[in-house]
Every structure is written in structure tokens, then in C-alpha cells.
Design a binder for this molecule. Structure first.
Ligand SMILES: NC(=O)c1ccc[n+]([C@@H]2O[C@H](COP(=O)([O-])OP(=O)(O)OC[C@H]3O[C@@H](n4cnc5c(N)ncnc54)[C@H](O)[C@@H]3O)[C@@H](O)[C@H]2O)c1
Length: 431
């Protein structure tokens, strides 16, 4: 079975979308292409260039990287019209692009975005928006003051599965969300080969350039590199950032000189209002009666079972999703006979039915039935770029993941790191 939103409004509501709504109306069709420059032509930058080169509303005017092999690699995809630079300031000055795509290591996002905005550019910045919460606050403030169009590369917001899932949550398919599990589990070491031998004079500089993810000076590890995508989805579905987090992690498997954790486990607490749709579902939860949803996040690099996935658990249904597939399982419509959810014990039912109840609850397969599959169309990286370019053409700052969202996302993942370092309950800061 395939889920299709029942009407266009429901779909657009889930699509978070001034950008989508306008795209649907064809608002930007007559505009000239956006003159785009890309800084950082490594792995992700090259992906973005490949995508941009297939999009009519973009003209790649320049690419920039200060590491020659990557610059040559990225330039190949950009096309002959793009000018290659090894100096970012020079590129901004000479080319005066309309928009800059920042795909450099995390620690460079803040200075490079500020410089681009200062040069009058709109910005697409790869996730995570900033290395620190203070930097993210400053950048969000500057974006607002300058009225720049700014989008953070959290592409699940442009992914058909997540957009439809969001519409389903809004429409009450899951009932009341009570718990979420997210994981990004891999069985690899994250390390890239360095083209000189350890101990040779150039090794250290190359190691830090190519394996920047493994060192705290440039990276915030698994939380900014992987969790940022999934915690963004959690914030989106729950409609709020978390209240606090506890965490644990360490370097327990890949003892290869890295500094960042190779495994991390965080439990976040969110305070949310009961969904309005519960009233439609015949429930009478008080809107003021906010409650706690706990979210377990884990990322490991020694086992890939269940890969990168999210499990959203509601009292009426469950969503299981990955970037490629979304599955919705209804909860069985059996009222729990042994106890009642509002705390009133049903003494007559407790003894006679507890065996049946336990059997039902403990069998992981009994609840599943046939899932509802959610359609996927398109590639989310391409879709997020299309959405950004559309906002640039219309000078609309309401991107699918603006700087305020980037700030909330940065804070969400960085308190996970902070909690893991301190082993203390760490509150979400005032932003
Ligand atoms: N959205 C996603 O799915 C996704 C996927 C992968 C990476 N990313 C993000 O993209 C960013 C880059 O990651 P990556 O894997 O491509 O890293 P990478 O190391 O492959 O590429 C980064 C590039 O930046 C260049 N660079 C460094 N300093 C520079 C400077 N001063 N001027 C110009 N270029 C400079 C490096 O030479 C390198 O080529 C990170 O923020 C990462 O989190 C996002």
C-alpha cells in the first residue's frame, strides 16, 4: 500500500513550504539563473556541483578550493564556464556571485558565511551551520539584519519521505508521539587515506586537511556530522527543540589517533503539546497538558545493522524511515485490558488478561502487520538546491531550513556533545 496525501494542502503543509508552494505556482520560471559559486570542492562540494550542473535555475560561475587535487576534481563537474580559484576572498571579490555554496569543514562555516554575506551574497551552507552555539547565534543575527537568503544543507527537509511523514504526523496518523529512536550505525572508520606516509613532513597537514572530521579543532564529531540530520527531523516532527539531554560516548573501537568519539549515545527530552488531531481521533487531551517525549540517539562505527534510520513511535502508529524508504505501521486497535492509560485500574480485567497482554506486547512482530509505504520521488540534495535557488530568485528568506533553524539544530547537537563530555544533564540554551 502506498500513502498519498489526501489533498494538495495537506502535502504542502507537510512540505514546510513557502518555497514549494511558490515552485508549484511557477513563480520563478521567468527569472535568469542564479550565479552560484561553490567553496569547498571535496566530497560534498563535488556532489553539490554535480547537482547544480543539472539545474536550469543555476549557473556555476566559480569554484574554489585551496587543495589542488580537490579543486581540479570539483572543477571537472562544474563545466568550462566556471572559473577556478584557490582563494575564497579573491573569488568573492572577482566574481561577485549572487549566491555562495559553502561545503568546507565545519570550523570554516562561520567565517566563510559571514564573508559571503558581507560581500552581498545569499548563502547555502552545508550542515552543521556552525562549530559553536555562539557562532551560530552571531550568524543567524547577521542573516536577519542583512535580509540574506540563507539555507542550511539539511536535505531531509526536502525529501519526499520526510515531508509526507510530517504531513502524516500533523494529520494524526501516529496519534500522540511518545518516543523516538534515531540511529546512524556504520561499520567503517571514517578515516580517509592520506597520500604520504605517516612521519613524512607533509603528513600532519594532509592528515588534518583530509581527516578534519576526526579532530576537535575542526569538527564536532558524530553529532555535527551525522546526528544533525536526524535531530533536525526530530525537532521538525515535534515542532520544538529539546529541553535537555544526557549523553555518553568515547573512543572505544577505532583507537587510531583520532580525537572525536567513535560512538555516542544521547537521550534527549522534549516537552510537547498533545497533537490537536487527537481531538479528531476522539480523545480529549488538554492542550495545556504538555508532556515529555524522550528521544534516544546513537551513532556507532562498528556495526551497520539497521544503518541510518529513525523510528517514530505514537500511540496509534509507528513510522520507520530512512532516506530511501518510509514505512508506517498501525498499532493494533486492541484496548489494553490489563490497566488503563489514564491511571484507573480495571481490577476485573487485570488478572484474566495479563498473559494475553504480555504476549502481545513482547512479540516484536505481532504489532507490525503490513506497512503503508511512503513514495519517494527525486533526490533530496537536488530538491533542497532547487528550493534554495527558488528562494534566491524571489529574494524570499523563508527557506526550508533557514538560519534560525540552523541555530536550533547547531544547539541541539552541540548540547549532546557537551552532555557527553560533562556527564551532566545539559539544558537547551536560550537562543
Ligand atoms: N548534507 C550532507 O549529506 C553532507 C554530506 C557530507 C558532508 N556534508 C558537509 O559538507 C561539508 C564538507 O564535508 P566533505 O565531506 O565534503 O569534506 P571534504 O574534506 O571532502 O571537503 C572539504 C573541502 O574544503 C576544502 N577547504 C578547506 N579549507 C579551505 C579554504 N580555506 N578555502 C577553500 N577550500 C577549503 C578542502 O580542501 C576540501 O576539499 C561539511 O560541513 C560536512 O558536514 C554534508
Amino acid at each position: 500500500m502506498t500513502y498519498k496525501p489526501s489533498n494538495r494542502r495537506e502535502f504542502l503543509a507537510g512540505a514546510s513550504g513557502a518555497a514549494l508552494a511558490a515552485a508549484a505556482a511557477g513563480a520563478a520560471e521567468s527569472q535568469p539563473p542564479v550565479r552560484v559559486a561553490v567553496v569547498g570542492t571535496g566530497a560534498r562540494g563535488s556532489d553539490l556541483i554535480r547537482n547544480l550542473s543539472t539545474i536550469e535555475s543555476a549557473e556555476i560561475v566559480a569554484v574554489c578550493d585551496d587543495y589542488e587535487p580537490h579543486l581540479l576534481h570539483g572543477h571537472k563537474f562544474a563545466g568550462a564556464q566556471a572559473k577556478a580559484f584557490d582563494n575564497y576572498s579573491k573569488m568573492l571579490k572577482e566574481m561577485k556571485p549572487q549566491a555562495v555554496v559553502v561545503a568546507t569543514p565545519l570550523y570554516l562555516h562561520h567565517p566563510m558565511c559571514l564573508e559571503a554575506i558581507d560581500a552581498g551574497c545569499h548563502v547555502f551552507c552545508e550542515k552543521t551551520m556552525c562549530y559553536s552555539i555562539d557562532e551560530a547565534r552571531e550568524l543567524a543575527d547577521v542573516v536577519k539584519k542583512r535580509g540574506a537568503v540563507f539555507q542550511v544543507g539539511l536535505q531531509r527537509r526536502a525529501n519526499a519521505i520526510y515531508k509526507q511523514a510530517q504531513a502524516m504526523v500533523q494529520a494524526g496518523y501516529l496519534g500522540r508521539i511518545t518516543a523516538i529512536n534515531c540511529q546512524w550505525h556504520r561499520n567503517n572508520n571514517w578515516r580517509r587515506p592520506v597520500p604520504v606516509k605517516r612521519g613524512e613532513p607533509k603528513w600532519s597537514a594532509l592528515e588534518h586537511r583530509l581527516n578534519w572530521r576526526l579532530y576537535w579543532d575542526y569538527s564536532q564529531g558524530l553529532m555535527t556530522e551525522l546526528a544533525s540530520h536526524q535531530m533536525d527531523i526530530v525537532n521538525w516532527l515535534l515542532g520544538t527543540p529539546p529541553k535537555c539531554v544526557i549523553g555518553a560516548g568515547g573512543i572505544d573501537y577505532w583507537r587510531d589517533g583520532r580525537e572525536v568519539f567513535d560512538n555516542i549515545w544521547c537521550t534527549y527530552e522534549y516537552e510537547v503539546a498533545p497533537p490537536k488531531s487527537n481531538a479528531v481521533a476522539g480523545r480529549t487531551l488538554d492542550e495545556e497538558n504538555r508532556y515529555t517525549v524522550r528521544v534516544a540517539y546513537s551513532s556507532i562505527q562498528s556495526n551497520a545493522y539497521q544503518g541510518a534510520s529513525e523510528l517514530i513511535m505514537g500511540d496509534r502508529g509507528t513510522l520507520f524511515f530512512t532516506q530511501q524508504k518510509g514505512l508506517f505501521y498501525r498499532e493494533l486497535g486492541v484496548e489494553d485490558p490489563g490497566w488503563s492509560k489514564d491511571g484507573r485500574l480495571d481490577r476485573d480485567a487485570t488478572i484474566v488478561t495479563s498473559g494475553k497482554t504480555l504476549k502481545m506486547s513482547n512479540d516484536p512482530w505481532a504489532h507490525r502487520g503490513k506497512p503503508l509505504e511512503i513514495d519517494i520521488t527525486g533526490d533530496d540534495t537536488r530538491e533542497e538546491l532547487l528550493a534554495f535557488l527558488d528562494c534566491v530568485q524571489r529574494e524570499d528568506p523563508a527557506t526550508i531550513s533557514d538560519a534560525q533553524n540552523g541555530l536550533a539544530n547547531t544547539a541541539t547537537v552541540l548540547i549532546g556533545n557537551e552532555a557527553t563530555h560533562s556527564r551532566q544533564v545539559t539544558p537547551f540554551p536560550t537562543l
